[in-house]
Design a protein around this ligand. Structure first.
Ligand code: R5P
Length: 290
């Protein structure tokens, strides 16, 4: 196995290679004045299992194209197999047709990657795991729920209540609860498919006088976390923290979340962000060898 740390995940790629004691293949890349990407592999990949590590957080189109170009370069240079490790997989939330005329973008994107030379995909907390069986190439998703919970445990929050802001994040919360151990629950969230606006229903939860950590797969605009935090405060929670696997934190999301009373935001390094405090390298290295 040889690892190619892509332009978007140089540090993670190096860390994973170090943990696995495998070589990295140097990559030359540049952006042309008109915005197009250029890549060139500088090492020998003939007959190798090549693992490209490249996250696809914004600018997602550029990063997806770079990933496709690297995969193609690997195959043109006789790589035996190409695995794409994509810690944050862009376009994964549109995983079914919600309104007539739409596309299933996760299938479109993975189809493009397959055509470029990717043989299999490894990602972290894909939005809906059940979509993996419908992709045009083999795909696996591992979960960072336990790693996030461990972070809070080391910071002294081992008796926190774990909350999912919607049912989709419940599996992350269940992993966290095994480590934090003071109960868990979830809220009901609805999204207007035309406006994109989300609304979260109030409900009874045993959080009075407790520290609560909200766990989600993604924080983008921050709207989901802000609504959940308000409900928790109304229910008497004393301290509210937020954790996510993919801290996209679009625009001023971080500021708005903190202003809403959330004490701290913790994310992984799947996306470069000021809250990326948890490294995914051990999880990914383990998944590549099992
Ligand atoms: C969607 O269901 C996801 O699990 C996240 O809850 C969502 O992407 C968060 O987005 P935002 O931060 O914009 O509310």
């Amino acid at each position: 196995m040889k690892i190619v740390p892509g332009p978007a995940s140089r540090q993670s790629g190096e860390q994973i290679a170090k943990l696995l004691h495998v070589e990295t293949v140097p990559l030359v890349f540049k952006i042309f004045p008109d915005g197009e990407s250029y890549v060139r592999l500088e090492g020998n990949v003939r007959d190798e299992h090549v693992v490209i590590v490249q996250t696809t957080s914004p600018p997602q189109e550029r990063r997806l194209i770079q990933l496709a170009l690297i995969a193609d370069a690997a195959k043109r240079n006789q790589a035996a197999k190409v695995t794409a490790v994509v810690p944050y997989l862009a376009y994964a939330r549109q995983d079914r047709i919600f309104l007539p005329g739409e596309t299933i973008s996760i299938q479109t994107i993975t189809g493009m990657l397959k055509a470029a030379g990717v043989d299999e995909l490894l990602t972290v907390n894909v939005h809906q795991e059940k979509v993996l069986s419908k992709l045009p190439l083999p795909g696996k998703s591992v979960s960072a729920g336990a790693l996030l919970a461990e972070y809070f445990k080391t910071k002294g929050y081992e008796k926190a209540f774990a909350l999912a802001p919607d049912e989709n994040a419940l599996h992350i919360v269940e992993q966290a609860k095994r480590i934090l151990g003071d109960g868990c629950g979830y809220l009901e969230k609805h999204r207007d498919r035309y406006t994109g606006k989300v609304s979260t229903e109030k409900k009874t939860l045993a959080v009075q006088d407790k520290t609560v950590i909200i766990f989600d797969d993604i924080i983008s605009s921050g709207g989901t976390i802000i609504q959940a935090a308000k409900i928790l405060r109304d229910l008497g929670a004393t301290t509210v923290l937020a954790a996510c696997v993919h801290p996209l934190l679009a625009a001023d999301a971080e500021k708005r979340i903190l202003e809403s009373g959330v004490q701290e935001i913790v994310g992984t390094d799947s996306v470069e962000s000021p809250v990326g405090k948890v490294s995914l390298a051990p999880l990914i290295a383990d998944a590549l060898t099992h």
